[in-house]
Write a protein that binds this ligand. Structure first.
Ligand SMILES: Cc1cc2nc3c(=O)[nH]c(=O)nc-3n(C[C@H](O)[C@H](O)[C@H](O)COP(=O)(O)OP(=O)(O)OC[C@H]3O[C@@H](n4cnc5c(N)ncnc54)[C@H](O)[C@@H]3O)c2cc1C
Ligand code: SF4
Length: 493
């Protein structure tokens, strides 16, 4: 029997041999432990595709570790602490280490168990470095952080100047969905025995959309660079019914569980630019998402503290609407299409997450924590650190404007301009009152009306409030808004 000197606990979202505690693990002296906690599996109403992805990826990682010569205990237990205590009972209470967890909750759990943690290098920005940036800011403008990141990480810069003379090509990147466009082929992933076992245990028939191995994640990265990077920038904000992923990378699940690292992903994009395979406007846009938004959101999660996720600055108290759990419980084409996409794949891109799902929660004053829970349970790439600032700050403005100075509220006219959903809808995006009025248009004005005082001092909301003051049909609009909200609660609007 082996006598080990240490136990290395690997969390399901830190599946890497090159980063974190595994980087220094030794097959002879370290016992590798992964705990599949029943509390994690059944504690919430998880989307089965998400659970499948998490469990199968962890089991593939355990199998790969054995191939590399490690002794691995993959233990099913009622909870993570119970699993770890059982391992200690069997192997003795050896010094136990892990990578610093990705959420406050797990950090506390490891702390209580006395597990020592090594600093995480799953991100490109050490937490202390981010805090020192944030502490020096009056407002947390992502663009300022991003430019520093470009220089610090030496990406798309010549000295401290951006290549091709501009930091940001956003202005060139707002094209609507093109007509008669041929979208690239989509990569699929063959399922193996480990996948089949995980799917059977979960009683789920898995899609072939998401890789569950490092090799599959690398294939997804190559596929993105070859087929989608060049078109990524111009169409990054577009939304269309013709293709569900457009030129998006579909890499977030792998980045968030450690199967890919941010550095290799941006390096691959910059290498494509250097070879002349992708234009600056696309490569810059993609690099900004990874070293800008992703790092900024992670930094802000830790900087804003654990209480941030409980924010409810607009006093939103409505229970989660039935349409979030059953896509057919609404006649709003945009909402039912997007929720149905989530039901199928546990993923939609950034714009539907913001413009449709979060916007609906914001305008209906849905309780932010109920909406946050739903988002966490239903997205393949959901992690606490990324959902909390994106939902509480960016999506539903529940943080009193700490992250974003104004709420992302949009009416039907804007959705109609940016997407194709309105063409097939019962409602008319131009109308705000009457039975045919678009619920988003009605609720947009009603939301501004209800929060008039809160936003009065916000100069970025001045134009919208002026628009509200010019409405001649406010009494009818308020009545229609009540009907719409009741109808949404009953699943008939
Ligand atoms: C309300 C809301 C909730 C979100 N929840 C999540 C989540 O749970 N997990 C998640 O990874 N992303 C989340 N995002 C960000 C973004 O929508 C997804 O990262 C993206 O849609 C994933 O698809 P992709 O990999 O094809 O992204 P691409 O469009 O190809 O972008 C490339 C990468 O940039 C990063 N990125 C871009 N925007 C953000 C952002 N705002 N925050 C963090 N990373 C970003 C992601 O790692 C993504 O993989 C959320 C956004 C909103 C508005
Ligand atoms: S009309 Fe309104 S509800 Fe219908 S698809 Fe357009 S925005 Fe959505």
């Amino acid at each position: 029997m082996n006598t080990f000197e240490r136990i290395v606990v690997v969390a399901f979202d830190q599946l890497s041999f090159e980063h974190g505690a595994m980087a220094s693990a030794n097959p002879i002296s370290d016992l590798i432990v992964l705990i599949e906690s029943q509390r994690m599996l059944s504690g919430r109403n998880w989307h089965p595709e998400r659970l499948f992805f998490m469990v199968s990826s962890a089991r593939h990682f355990a199998a790969e570790a054995r191939v590399r010569g490690f002794t691995v205990v993959y233990r099913q237990a009622a909870s993570t602490p119970e699993g770890i205590r059982a391992i200690w009972a069997e192997h003795g209470q050896l010094p136990t280490i892990a990578t610093a967890p990705a959420s406050f909750g797990q950090a506390r759990q490891f702390d209580e168990l006395g597990i020592k943690t090594v600093e995480t290098d799953f991100f490109l920005t050490p937490r202390r470095l981010f805090s020192s940036w944030a502490e020096a800011q009056k407002t947390f403008v992502m663009e300022n952080f991003y430019r520093l990141q470009r220089v610090r990480l030496g990406l798309l810069v010549e000295g401290d100047k951006p290549v091709e003379g501009r930091w940001n090509f956003d202005e060139d990147n707002r094209l609507p969905p093109p007509k008669n466009y041929v979208w690239p082929p989509r990569l699929t992933h063959e399922r193996d025995e480990i996948d089949a076992e995980a799917a059977a245990q979960l009683g789920h028939s898995a899609t072939d959309l998401w890789a569950t191995t490092r090799a599959g994640a690398l294939r997804a990265l190559d596929h993105f660079i070859e087929h989608n990077l060049a078109g990524f920038g111009p169409l990054e904000d577009a939304s269309t019914n013709d293709d569900w992923s457009l030129h998006h990378s579909l890499l977030s699940p792998y980045l968030n569980v450690g199967l890919l690292h941010a550095r290799e992903v941006v390096d691959a994009a910059v290498a494509a630019y250097s070879r002349g395979d992708a234009p600056i406007q696309s490569v810059e846009a993609f690099v900004r998402q990874i070293i800008g938004w992703r790092e900024y959101i992670n930094g802000m999660y830790w900087f804003l503290g654990e209480g941030y996720e409980r924010g409810n600055g607009l006093g939103a108290a409505r229970k989660l609407l039935p349409v979030f759990t059953k896509s057919y419980q609404t006649k709003m084409n945009c909402v039912s299409s997007v929720v149905s996409d989530v039901e199928k794949r546990a993923w939609v891109h950034h714009i539907p997450r913001l413009m449709i799902l979060s916007n609906l929660a914001l305008l209906t004053s849905t309780n932010p924590q109920e909406f946050l829970d739903w988002m966490r349970e239903n997205f393949i790439d959901a992690s606490q650190w990324v959902m909390v600032p994106n939902v509480i700050g960016m999506g539903v403005h529940a943080d009193g404007g700490r992250l974003m100075t104004k709420p992302y509220a949009a009416g039907g006219a804007y959705i109609s301009r940016m997407t194709q959903y309105c063409k097939g809808c019962t409602y008319n995006p131009k109308l705000r009152v009457g039975d045919d009025a678009c619920p988003f248009t009605t609720l947009y004005w009603d939301f501004l009306d209800r929060h008039r005082e809160t936003f009065a001092k916000n100069h970025r909301m001045g134009q919208q409030l002026m628009g509200l003051n010019r409405l001649s049909d406010l009494p009818e609009l308020r009545e229609r808004a009540i009907e719409v909200l009741d109808g949404l609660e009953q699943g008939v609007i």
